[in-house]
Design a protein around this ligand. Structure first.
Ligand SMILES: [Zn+2]
Length: 455
């Protein structure tokens, strides 16, 4: 049992947008038991009390799209100024040599970075399967368990290599049968339907330009049979639109409709280049969008129409995207970029700090299939974060402690992160790992991968 005592400010994101000052939060097991004042639990030796008098407490942030392995090629000079297709072709040359160790340590450091910047639930889209490495999903789950982060990872895939007219080299692609067999294996082994599951599985064939049509249709059948969600990259660039028109004779979203890849259980990463009719279609079908503002800016891909999506009732969540196109996993920083980028497109009042935080909390939790997360409420899951507002970088911002987290600050580290009722970041440090040792390990793996590619 945990008692968060004297919370300076609490933003619940409940249906009334309740925000409270100087309250306590009592956590029993993996759920929030009570939020209020003066609980009669003093003296109970099984309760761990945490002083939260400097903390702004809010629901944990949810990241709905990532590629953990890309942390090994952050800031890689040959692609620093490249657009998506050139960026991919150059990076495939380095990525094709990743092995089990690279997958484990990249997953570990990225999820630790996510925890440090306020994320409690993350997805990932690992689509790279170099020959001979099969159980990649299992390696990622092992890393997640070490940290205690909640996950809804996708079993990603690429099945259309260069020889089939796709973008990636054949050596990192699989065939549809192999993908479907492993997808079924990971669903049966890891997918938990519980509302507070620590692990859910999503099926995530990578994109229209590197996945065969059979993989898309077989994944769709399998996902709907098991009741798991579907995810892919869509409408990210004009090049992708051109590829779909040339290869399938239709626009990206039309292609998805033809494949039956629309509905409440489908969400697309990016969703920048939808036209007006397509926006209406997304709203009618409740098909979701994972918005990745930093990556979209970094690759010059464009600006998603998030303000309009919200007004039209299209489900929107937030994501940092892969570590080679962000190039960080700064979740709270992503909330800031989300708010700012919409203002470039739509003007000064496009979306508020609270709008952006709501996308990043409730929006993400719902998209990944967790209806008892993303809100601080009695009976809901105990996934929450605390940011120390009484520090240098937030000085002068206390007139609105919640919006301060989006408008102010230059490092987005949280002081406290609790997932499923368990403390995973304490006093700003990730519990259970040696951050310096892990950094060194990841640097070694990264340098060796890049050397191999250039040999
Ligand atoms: Zn991506």
């Amino acid at each position: 049992m945990l008692l968060l005592k004297n919370c300076y400010y609490v933003a619940t994101f409940d249906e009334n947008g309740t925000e409270l000052r100087n309250v306590d939060i009592f956590i029993e097991g993996n759920r929030i038991k009570r939020i209020g004042k003066g609980f009669d639990i003093e003296g109970n030796l099984t309760v761990q009390t945490i002083d939260c008098s400097n903390l702004v407490i809010l629901p944990g942030l949810v990241n709905t799209h990532h590629h953990f392995f890309q942390v090994l090629t952050r800031n890689y000079p040959p692609v620093q100024n490249a657009k998506l297709f050139d960026w991919l072709v150059n990076l495939y040359k380095v990525w094709k040599n990743i092995d089990e160790e690279a997958i484990y340590y990249s997953s570990l450091i990225v999820m630790a970075e996510l925890l440090k910047t306020g994320c409690t639930l993350t997805s990932d889209n690992h689509y790279l399967y170099p020959q001979g490495i099969e159980e990649i999903f299992d390696i990622q789950i092992e890393a997640a368990k070490k940290l205690g982060i909640r996950t809804a990872l996708t079993r990603g895939s690429m099945t259309m290599g260069e020889s089939e007219g796709g973008l990636p080299p054949d050596v990192i692609c699989q065939d549809t049968d192999t993908v479907i067999k492993d997808s079924q294996r990971v669903i049966e082994k890891f997918h938990n339907k519980d509302e507070l599951a620590m692990t859910k599985v999503v099926l995530g064939p990578c994109s229209p330009f590197n996945v065969a049509e059979s993989t898309m249709t077989e994944s769709e059948k399998l996902a709907r049979h098991y009741g798991v969600k579907l995810h892919t990259h869509l409408a990210e660039t004009k090049d992708e639109e051109k590829f779909c028109l040339e290869n399938y004779g239709m626009r990206p979203l039309e292609y998805m409709e033809k494949l039956n890849w629309v509905g409440e259980d489908v969400f697309f990463a990016h969703g920048i280049w939808f036209n007006d009719d397509e926006m209406k279609f997304l709203a009618e079908t409740k098909t979701g969008v994972s918005h990745c503002p930093s990556s979209n800016m970094r690759l010059g891909s464009g600006i998603a129409r998030v303000k309009e999506m919200l007004e039209m009732g299209i489900p929107v969540s937030l994501a940092v995207d892969g570590s080679s196109s962000n190039d960080s996993s700064d979740m709270l920083g992503e909330v800031r970029n989300c708010m700012l980028l919409q203002r470039i497109k739509y003007g000064h009042d496009a979306i508020t700090a609270r709008d952006a935080l709501k996308i990043a909390t409730k929006g993400g939790a719902e998209m990944l299939g967790f209806n008892k997360l993303g809100v601080l409420k009695e009976g809901y899951g105990a996934d929450l974060i605390g940011v120390n507002i009484k520090q240098f970088q937030y000085a002068g911002s206390l007139s609105d402690p919640l919006a301060a987290l989006v408008f102010t600050g230059y490092n987005h580290n949280v002081e406290l992160n609790i997932v499923n009722g368990r403390i995973v970041v304490s006093k700003g440090k990730v519990v259970g790992i040696d951050e310096e040792e892990l950094t060194e390990r990841v640097n070694e793996i990264s340098i060796s991968l890049i050397e191999k590619a250039n040999a």
